[in-house]
Design a binder for this molecule. Structure first.
Ligand code: SF4
Ligand code: SF4
Length: 496
């Protein structure tokens, strides 16, 4: 066992109001610069929809992530050597049109326009060329367009649904959408790290944050192709790639990243998880329907005395272990099994987990009319407005059982709390829902508390910085043959 510590995250999608405050907070701090105008290290998409860059989830187009090769995995498109073939033309790289051409407005024209019969206007101009642009798209262009033919119906996850399910999903009275905020997942098996021919991208030893060394980056842009989440970006002005740094200077001083701190819906949780690095290759190469379980198996119980002993032996500080015990991520992901990774089939083992949205799925509709007269408050998960298969395509590599189990737990918590506070659900009904979901009333209360009433300190558990005890995982030693981001074949060196 090779125990390490990883800063991990949970986004509770039922709480996201799509305000984009997180994106703006990040933009103001990190990407308000020349060459970075089009970058949104944090972006918020509407689902169903095509996202940013458009259709980023479609690896037939972008060739990102890993593919299973027997007992191991290899990069799908880019690689240290595989990608060199495309050095002069990489057909899998997203172009500016896939993101959008960033623009501003000629506000000065409002003041300097000569007197005339018409109201002066501020025309949009490109932030890249300075020329007038006819704005056709933007990073959140599909905001709230949950039923539109150009966006919602182009969502690649719909390919997993039957024609009847798709038809039902877009009936006017059933139409629904939810928001999906996204940042870099600081993956355990990062394709970006493995693809970089310069060894410029590395996973920080002490907390697993993935960073790009700007001095070593040589503009190969393999990382842009390799990241299946399209969370590395090329800065056309500096000629270097950039990505989310999880506000590490803030973390080192005990503060939450800006997008977490500013989140209006308080959907974001952050804390360390202990994990076994020896299990990464096996988990990344698990059969598709077992990917979620295989990833969950990597994370270790921070209360287990043997785990604690071995973690200390591996140089993990007491304060980090204590933070892992208080981590809200541990609770949501492992204890309560409510949060799932986004697109685990990309096999990068992402460390950002999502509590799937229940709200759009639970409203009771009978013959197209909302029904609050029935005996039970909500329909069963099978008659939800969003097909389980759609959510499974997003969060469990198609394993609908995982989604149904999460939905039942979320519904049980609500039914239980309604029986306690509102009284329109009987105690018996609540007890039956809890039993079906496999949780007790105390657990439901704890889930309710962390979801709805948690304080700042409960949502963000940030271990004190211990750089002197860090375990540097030198990705530049990664096994090139196996193209592994983590260097499974060669044991990573310990100590600085
Ligand atoms: S592969 Fe993972 S760690 Fe690398 S940029 Fe993409 S999301 Fe981030
Ligand atoms: S700030 Fe929070 S609530 Fe607002 S869009 Fe971002 S994640 Fe959602």
């Amino acid at each position: 066992m090779d125990i390490r510590s990883q800063i991990a995250m949970v986004f509770h999608l039922d709480k996201c109001i799509g305000c984009h405050t997180c994106s703006i907070a990040c933009k103001n701090i990190w990407t308000d610069r020349k060459g970075a105008e089009y970058m949104w290290w944090n972006n918020v998409e509407t689902k169903p929809g095509t996202g940013y860059p458009t259709k980023w989830e479609d690896q037939e187009i972008y060739k990102g992530g890993w593919e299973k090769n027997g007992d191991t995995v290899s990069l799908k498109g880019a690689g240290k050597f595989k990608g060199l073939k495309n050095i002069f033309h990489n057909p899998h790289l997203p172009v500016l049109d896939d993101y959008y051409e960033p623009w501003t407005y000629k506000y000065q024209d409002l003041f300097t326009a000569p007197e005339g019969n018409d109201q002066p206007t501020a025309r949009p101009v490109s932030l890249v060329t300075g020329e007038h642009v006819d704005v056709q798209s933007g990073p959140n262009w599909d905001d709230d367009l949950g039923g539109s033919p150009d966006y919602a119906r182009q969502d690649v996850n719909l390919d997993k649904l039957t024609a009847a399910e798709q038809e039902a999903m877009f009936q006017l009275e059933r139409m629904t959408f939810f928001y999906l905020p996204r940042i870099c997942n600081h993956c355990l098996n990062p394709a970006c790290v493995a693809s970089c021919p310069s060894g410029a991208i590395y996973k920080r030893g002490e907390d697993g944050i993935v960073l790009i060394n700007q001095q070593r980056c040589r503009a190969w842009r393999m990382c842009v192709t390799a990241c299946p989440y399209k969370k590395t970006y090329y800065n056309w002005h500096t000629g270097k790639s950039e990505k989310c740094v999880l506000c590490y200077p803030r973390l080192e001083s005990g503060q939450a990243p800006a997008c977490f701190h500013s989140c209006v819906g308080r959907i974001r949780y952050l804390g360390p998880l202990l994990y076994d690095a020896d299990k990464i290759e096996q988990a990344a190469a698990a059969p598709e329907d077992q990917l979620v379980d295989a990833q969950m198996d990597i994370y270790l119980d921070p209360f287990d005395p043997e785990i604690i002993r071995q973690a200390k032996e591996n140089g993990i500080a007491d304060s980090t272990i204590e933070a892992a015990q208080r981590s809200p991520v541990w609770k949501f992901v492992k204890e309560w099994k409510l949060a799932l990774p986004l697109h685990p089939e990309f096999r990068t083992l992402p460390n950002l987990f999502y509590v799937p949205a229940l709200l759009p799925t639970m409203a009771k509709v009978n013959d197209g009319v909302y029904d609050s007269t029935g005996k039970s408050l909500w329909n069963g998960v099978e008659s939800n407005r969003l097909p389980m298969r759609y959510l499974a395509s997003l969060f469990s590599a198609g394993n609908t059982e995982k989604i149904v189990a999460v939905m039942k737990r979320l519904m049980a918590v609500r039914t239980h709390r309604r029986s306690v506070t509102v009284g329109d659900t009987s105690r018996e009904e609540a007890a039956a829902a809890l039993e079906e979901a496999g949780i007790d009333a105390d657990t439901a209360d704890a889930i309710f508390r962390l979801t709805s009433l948690a304080t700042f300190d409960e949502r963000f558990v940030i271990p004190a910085a211990h750089r002197e005890e860090s375990i540097e995982m030198l990705e530049s030693t990664a096994d090139v043959k196996g193209s592994t981001g983590f260097g499974f074949k060669e044991r990573p060196q310990r100590g600085l």
